[in-house]
Design a protein around this ligand. Sequence first.
Ligand code: SF4
Ligand code: SF4
Length: 395
Amino acid sequence: MQTFDRRFFLKSSLLGAGGALLAGTSPGRALSSSVNAGEEKKPVIRRPLGATGIELPVVSMGVMRADNPELVRAALAAGMVHLDTAHFYQKGRNETMLGEVLKDYKRDAYVISTKVPPEQGEGAAAVTAWLEKLDLSLTRLKLTYVDILYLHGVSSRAEVLNPAMLEAMQRAKTSGRARHIGVSTHKNEPEVLDASVESGVIEVVLSAMNFQQDYREELSHAVDRAAKAGIGVVAMKTMAGGFHDKERKHPINCVAALKWSLQNPHVATAIPGMTSFDMLAQNARVNEDLTLTEEERSDLAYGPAEGGLYCQGCGSCVKGCPHRLPIPELMRAYMYTYGYRDLALAQNLLSKHAAVGAECSTCIRCTATCVKGFDVAGRIADVRRVKEIPEEFLA
Ligand code: SF4
Ligand code: SF4
């Protein structure tokens, strides 16, 4: 593994300089000439992104937790031409880092997406505020437009069809600041996909999608309906937290999980988060072969008694909580903390919520019952400490 990965990185780096960097190749063309140069070549699997006219390799790069510009360059050299970021990742530093990288590439050598969170208000003020955030993202990225612009983190039909946000996204598109518009979702994904079809204007949906979702069949049908309507579907959270347990003794087979998320041919691409060259090399190989081996299937069938780290986002626990805590979001922060070991990301999510568990001290016993058997109060007690960590330790 080590030998291959070093060889992969060297080739990727060299070919990055002479390939995507200078040639201005169209998206997806670089991989076949990089990862396997001099080795057995397999065609890269590419799929259309709905009706956008964009075609992508099935594996793209989730940049969210990456802070190494060289890793992004290696991903581009490896043909992972689609890079996904967001307005608030690393408090804006993620977009800034990408801007420093992308200024050296021709604009048609990559496909970039970013996400801007919904504004709480209504009307013109909300539209303006949202577009101002987009403009800040573009400034950080040193770009005049992004290829895909998502409304970040919606989880209901009402949020998808919010008139102010639909108007803001359409204005971003008509003003040339986004080629295509979409929504991203971590919760109630089938409802969000159907609402996106209903909107008549949303072109791409970035959806959590993994083998641990209890509703995966329902989600797959919703993906099919969206694809039939011309919407491009992109998968995220494919690794379901990366580990089954808080102690990280039981890792998820991430290659198997990534392949699993791409078994539905209507999923155009997946954006697994990558933070190391080993991960990049591993994921690049999936771009050439999505076949799940028997061993990989067996790994995915493993089910820990305590329900794993992945929260279904079903919300069924919330009705049992007298304080109506945002338990799905707190459980996601728990997954970021113990699965990803990304305390900054967890803190960022926690910072969006006023109630993060101090209320639990008023309960004699926790009445928020989890369908997966999570110890909800215990997990909240663990994760709420992350909110108190001084930012200087997390930067
Ligand atoms: S212990 Fe916490 S999560 Fe459980 S019911 Fe009470 S406030 Fe809600
Ligand atoms: S019931 Fe369990 S799986 Fe469902 S949202 Fe609550 S914590 Fe998550």
